[in-house]
Design a protein around this ligand. Structure first.
Ligand code: HEM
Length: 221
């Protein structure tokens, strides 16, 4: 058939699973975190427990987010080449060329999409930054938590940060990074859709079922 194209299993289950857990966690953490910082609803009866519920959901999502991060790091060593940690460090000469080609594409300066099965250099490096921001949110969150919860586990997960950064500064950056991640989400969804419409490789569907269609032009099949 003229239109038939091969497909490749790019995103294994742990990648898709952690991706969607991260999405749920980012939404839950942002909504509840925003409320904890700026309560926008007030209890009108002593039976209401709004702040309590918001904090509980925030902490449950924080543990889920931490587990998701641990699974993703484990899979960076155990998964296929598209999940490998090396995609986060695209610093070879060839990869730098791919990085700037992709940048031109996303800045609408070029119409040539970056054909790859896995992440192209710009995406790989962006996800390195995003994962570092995730780690910062986890560590700074547990740093704030450790102030009222004494114990070795809270100390190890974030309490140590209080020794090197003032508490109001930790809180300020914990808030600011939330806004950076919300901005990333909007840009990320828009450009995922834009890439898909240009490359016509099923990119958007691939984060649900794992498969991407290939054209034969991909550099990393
Ligand atoms: C409806 C919402 C979303 C859609 C449709 C979506 C779509 C996608 C797609 C198609 C990919 C794989 C292709 C690529 O970009 O390289 C991907 C990867 C990724 N997305 Fe999203 N995304 C969404 C929300 C989010 C959110 C909220 C975050 C975090 C703030 C996020 C973080 C990531 C990361 C870190 C990867 C790399 C996966 C890995 O290698 O571990 N996404 N997303």
């Amino acid at each position: 058939m003229a239109n038939e194209r091969n497909r490749v299993y790019a995103w294994e289950f742990p990648i898709r699973f952690t991706h969607w857990i991260n999405v749920i966690c980012i939404v839950a953490l942002s909504v509840t975190g925003f409320y904890v910082g700026n309560p926008f609803m007030y209890a009108v009866s002593s039976k209401q427990y709004i702040m309590g519920w918001m904090r509980l959901i925030h902490f449950i999502a924080a543990y889920a987010f931490l587990m998701s991060m641990i699974i993703r790091i484990y899979w960076a060593f155990m998964g296929n080449k598209y999940a490998c940690y090396t995609v986060w460090f695209p610093f070879s000469g060839k990869k730098l060329g791919e990085f700037f080609d992709a940048l031109k594409f996303y800045l609408f300066l070029s119409k040539k999409p970056p054909y790859t099965v896995g992440h192209h250099a710009l995406a790989g490096f962006t996800y390195l930054i995003v994962y570092l921001l995730f780690v910062f949110e986890i560590v700074s969150g547990f740093a704030l938590y450790s102030v009222n919860h004494k114990g070795a586990i809270w100390q190890a997960l974030g309490g140590w940060l209080v020794g090197i950064m003032a508490l109001p500064i930790i809180r300020l950056y914990h808030d600011l990074v939330m806004y950076v991640l919300i901005a990333f989400t909007l840009i990320h969804v828009y450009f995922s859709w834009y890439s898909d419409s240009r490359e016509k490789n099923g990119l958007m569907l691939s984060i649900f079922n794992g498969y991407k269609f290939i054209t034969g032009k991909e550099s990393d099949i």
